[in-house]
Design a protein around this ligand. Structure first.
Ligand code: ATP
Length: 478
């Protein structure tokens, strides 16, 4: 065996100088990224290195007043212990008279929750990919003796390449030994809180695995498993272990979720007593995952996805990102023809003569609508152009709603049983209407895709009317 090499002799040197503390003046402030309850996060560029950071600025007086000093120092302590690509990284901290500053890696693509909201639910492939990243992250975190305690899609940020960067360590817990695995105070977000936190006010590493089960369910089904009108009811459901797996949920994911959402924290797949992470990673939901390479893989594209709700029927993707066969010009032509405006001479006469008569007609119609239409109270005095029942789907769940298009144009939806206005699909020039089949149509808005199903099979009629309103709206808002 070769003799071990002598380490090279080191010249006596003075200790390396402490890196110079940064200050506010070292940065250009580009834009506000977000606001938290106790902080503002700003995209800032280091003037000398030109590197960009998410600079989290915390107002000292506010933090003291709100008794959040412990929360802030916890966040700093935990971040200082973490150095892993699937977590936000703390590069430096500094302070001045008024503020504390945390220099964090910039998660350019924002929150995973925004993507989930936008597309409604993830398909199995995307669910597997993001779940495997979270599993790797949790294995690392728990290996470091840290419980996150508030894991949820909102705290999972995305870097520029769409890989995860977990954040928000204000309520995390560092434990020194297994005995110390418990923590004393209640924290967390209602829908992801584990039963042991609610019942005994203790958190284990395994409490993060419960949250993981909730997240996997939410990825696929479109909403978390324990979901109720208020926190109290949500807690009751968690304690009673009251949740159901919807039809269409893949069997392998169902088995995984059921092995994570176990009320006894010592019986959850992935916890120490169940053999730790190897059995979790070996679950058949992850069959094709190459655990050593997840970080280098290209994340799957997150497309609007419509999981099937009946067994045996494949889930459908939206064609939204595909080149559309119907151009805007086509829509415009069809619209003009529908209104007899295709011929330029007709367009001109209509434009000249229409206005006053149109106003009178509208007033007359409104009067009629007020006395005959059940939906009139919901539309702010606007004229209803089209209304009908639809099933508004989110992931694997749907709710029956009365959809009402008005001439504003605005698109309201009402709970037809409780007769309560539930919301509005935000109208803008940027919306896109897409017909999926004779029943299903999508309204794509910049922040969310609405999945609407016309039980009578007249999706085409909705799509045509919506597109006419859109063309008219665009022409009036040029
Ligand atoms: P609260 O303190 O009320 O719980 P929060 O945890 O969202 O809120 P912050 O951590 O201050 O508060 O974040 C504020 C906003 O900035 C959030 O929308 C978050 O997504 C965004 N943000 C925070 N850190 C980063 C980062 N490193 N990169 C990109 N965006 C970030």
């Amino acid at each position: 065996m070769a003799a071990p090499q002598e380490p090279p002799k080191l010249e006596a040197k003075s200790p390396p100088a402490e890196p110079q503390k940064k200050s506010r003046e070292d940065f250009n402030f580009d834009r506000i990224i977000g606001e938290g309850s106790y902080s503002t996060v700003i995209l800032a560029t280091d003037k000398s290195s030109k590197k960009q950071y998410a600079l989290k600025i915390l107002d000292k007086r506010h933090i003291i007043k709100e008794k959040k000093v412990q929360y802030v120092s916890r966040e700093k302590d935990v971040l200082a212990r973490i150095d892993h690509p699937f977590f936000v990284k703390l590069y430096f901290t500094f302070q001045d008279k008024d503020n504390l500053y945390f220099g964090l890696s910039f998660a350019e693509q924002g929150e995973l929750l925004d993507y989930l909201r936008k597309v409604g639910a993830f398909d199995e492939n995307a669910t597997r990919f993001y779940t495997s990243e979270i599993v790797i992250a949790l294995e690392y975190l728990h290996g470091k003796g840290i419980i996150h305690r508030d894991l949820k899609p909102e705290n999972i940020l995305l870097n520029k390449d769409m890989h995860i960067q977990i954040t928000d360590f204000g309520t995390a817990k560092i434990f020194e030994s297994d005995e110390d695995e418990k923590a004393s105070s209640f924290v967390g977000t209602a829908e992801y809180v584990s039963p042991e936190l609610l019942q005994s006010k203790v958190a284990y590493k395994s409490s993060d695995l419960w949250a993981l089960g909730c997240i996997i369910y939410q990825f696929l089904a479109g909403r978390p498993p324990f979901h109720a009108a208020n926190e109290y009811l949500c807690f009751q459901k968690i304690i009673k272990h009251e949740y159901s797996i919807p039809d269409g949920f893949p069997d392998n994911a169902k088995d995984l979720v059921e092995n994570l959402l176990v009320s006894d924290p010592t019986k959850r797949l992935g916890c120490d007593k169940m053999g730790g992470y190897p059995p979790l990673k070996a679950h058949y939901f992850f069959t094709d995952v190459n655990w050593d390479n997840v970080q280098n893989e290209t994340p799957p594209t997150l497309l609007p996805y419509l999981p099937s709700t009946t067994k045996g029927e494949a889930g459908m993707h939206s064609d939204y990102n595909m080149p559309s066969s119907t151009s805007e010009q086509d829509f415009e032509d069809r619209f003009l023809q529908c209104f007899g405006l295709g011929d330029p001479s007709k367009t001109e006469s209509k434009a000249r003569s229409g206005t006053e008569q149109d106003i009178l007609d509208r007033e007359e119609k409104l009067k009629q609508q007020a006395s005959t239409s059940t939906w009139h109270p919901f539309v702010n005095g606007e004229l209803i152009i089209k209304t009908g029942l639809v099933d508004k789907r989110k992931g694997m769940f749907s709710k029956r709603r009365q959809l009402i298009l008005t001439d504003a144009p605005r698109l309201y939806y009402v709970d037809p049983v409780a007769m309560v206005l539930k919301g509005e699909i935000p109208w803008s020039s940027n919306i896109k209407i897409e017909q999926k089949n004779f029943k299903i149509f999508f309204v794509h808005t910049p922040n969310r895709t609405y999945y609407l199903e016309d039980p009578t099979g007249s999706a085409k009629k909705w799509v045509e009317t919506l597109n006419k309103s859109l063309v008219l709206y665009k022409s009036q808002n040029k």
